[in-house]
Design a protein around this ligand. Structure first.
Ligand code: DQQ
Length: 520
């Protein structure tokens, strides 16, 4: 394989027991450009087989790029792809492709419909030709017509434009977008799907039921973060109304408070779950990427469901990833006093899965929360792992060198606010590498758990340059890219630490070395 650049996940689905992942890919370099839909399949979402590119520029309606899109499985088990083509005039238009041969279980070849483009900007519809892209998976309304969303903007107002169709070929633009918000800029890669009110099970995108809420996710081009809201969808009016707030300020909910963009879910009808894919970019420079010959990865797929509080989503790495675990290491219940740094030996710390829970007592001694601390990321960068507190910082030091010159710290702090405790989770990259020229931004999020009655749990998946962390059983997630110089392969170490004046107890600790997945 030559130099390669990978970005958005496209059209994930399961078809006849095989998982498909397409993704935005530059076959000619580790930078963005010459975009095709690369294609891989898997039976377990862990081990993958690569195929030839499924869609690549070849027609006037996509000659300048085959950009992001989604699959929909039509009645009779017929998968189709809707994707954005950049046409001869560099306009963004929406196109349909269908499998050439449905009996090929890998669906390797795709045919573009002669009717393309099916949706295009015109003088009459007023659509911005350079901001019209990334069709969602379509769903069927109560009137039997298909609906699909396309991301857009009008001046600085972000929009999810709605189209309807009876036959999936002729699409009519609805007068009103399903949702829009001022000053949010371009909405890339919208995703719109139901979630069950009281179960972790996934729900088919076309289900109409009173026992669901809806999620609208947007990838904001201006900030390069994926934001979502939970809300209500009124199919007769085709309106979506978020339950709380909108995304037009930085306090919206994010799938991931680190690096994670252009994500997309699909309904897995075999395992009855909704699964999330997201792209994690590099934190090094473009020159580094060209040198190493690749850039961009897909995060470990996550199952996702509505939290009991019905206000946010919960995410957890798909269970299949546990197949890669070996050499389990456990810790007995241990008290971590101020200044503890306990090494976890027996795991390959450069490729590991770690689950830890902390128990706290006498929380009255927690630091007082200043009401002006509304931005968790900022708070984490001010109060990094080396800044002593009372309850916290405590957590994990991953990809650490022997003498801790290099370390990525994922940790918690607990604060006392007016009649409640606030849990802050941080991923501190500031000391992740002795190399210069890297983005070492620290990430942070508030985790909606009650540390008085619940344990504080953290799961971290470590894979060389990737650190994906799930706090509070998946209520806050953050993914980081780090490039240690010393803490590589067998030179990487793993520690549990407490840098708070109050002790904390490790009530559960398991770690595993992770085997390599097979990618052919
Ligand atoms: N990437 C694609 C676009 C999308 C953007 C182009 C998001 O379709 O809006 O490669 O990363």
């Amino acid at each position: 394989m030559g130099v390669v650049g990978l970005t958005d996940p496209n059209g994930p689905m399961i078809y006849k027991g095989i998982y498909h992942l397409f993704y935005q890919y530059n076959p000619f370099g580790a930078v963005w450009g010459n975009i095709v839909w690369a294609h891989a399949t898997s039976v377990d979402l862990v081990n993958w087989v690569h195929h030839d590119h499924a869609i690549y520029p070849s027609k006037p309606f996509d000659i300048n790029g085959c950009w992001s899109g989604s699959t929909t499985i039509l009645p009779g088990e017929k998968p189709v792809i809707l994707y954005t083509g950049v046409d001869r005039e560099k306009r963004q238009v929406q196109n349909l492709a269908v499998p050439k041969n449905l009996s090929d279980i890998f669906l390797r070849e795709w045919i573009k419909k002669p009717q393309n483009p099916l949706m295009a900007p015109t003088a009459i519809n007023g659509i911005n030709a350079s901001s019209f892209r990334d069709p969602t998976t379509a769903w069927k309304g109560p009137d039997g017509r298909w609906r699909v969303l396309v991301g857009s903007k009008r001046r600085s107002r972000g929009l999810a434009i709605l189209y309807r169709s009876k036959d999936f070929v002729h699409w009519i633009k609805s007068k009103h977008p399903i949702h829009s918000a001022r000053k949010t800029g371009m909405w890339e890669c919208p995703d719109f799907f139901p979630v069950s009110l009281n179960s972790k099970n996934g729900v088919n995108t076309s289900v109409i039921s009173s026992r669901v809420k809806y999620v609208l996710k947007l990838s904001l081009d201006d900030t390069k973060h994926d934001y979502y809201t939970v809300g209500k969808y009124f199919p007769d009016k085709d309106k979506y109304i978020p339950d709380m707030g909108s995304v037009d300020n930085d306090s919206g909910l994010r799938y991931d408070y680190g690096k994670f963009y252009a994500s997309k879910t699909f309904f897995d009808s075999v395992k009855n779950r909704r699964t999330l894919w997201g792209w994690i970019n590099e934190s090094d420079s473009v020159i580094d990427d060209i040198k190493k010959g690749w850039a961009g990865i897909q995060a470990v797929p996550r199952s996702l469901w509505l939290d009991k509080n019905r206000k946010q989503l919960v995410q957890w790495p798909i269970m299949e990833i546990e197949k890669l675990r070996k050499n389990q290491v456990n810790f007995p219940s241990t008290e971590l006093k101020l200044g503890s740094v306990v090494e976890v030996s027996g795991v390959t710390a450069s490729q590991a899965d770690v689950e830890v829970s902390f128990e706290l007592k006498k929380l009255e001694k927690a630091e007082i929360m200043d009401p002006s601390w509304v931005n968790p990321q900022l708070l984490c960068s001010k109060k990094g792992a080396s800044v002593k507190g009372s309850f916290g910082p405590f957590g994990l030091l991953v990809l650490a060198s022997k003498n801790l010159e290099e370390q990525t710290a994922i940790f918690f702090r607990v604060f006392k606010a007016h009649n409640r405790y606030v849990v802050l989770m941080c991923s501190d990259q500031s000391r992740s590498s002795l190399s210069q020229g890297l983005d070492k931004t620290t990430y942070g999020a508030f985790v909606d758990v009650d540390p008085l009655h619940e344990k504080l749990s953290l799961r971290t998946l470590i894979d060389h340059s990737v650190v994906e962390s799930f706090g509070g059983e998946g209520k806050a997630c953050m993914s980081a890219r780090v490039y240690p110089k010393l803490a590589v392969d067998n030179e990487a170490h793993l520690y549990v630490f407490n840098n708070g004046t109050e002790s904390t107890r490790i009530s559960k600790f398991h770690a595993w070395t992770m085997k390599k997945a097979e990618i052919n």
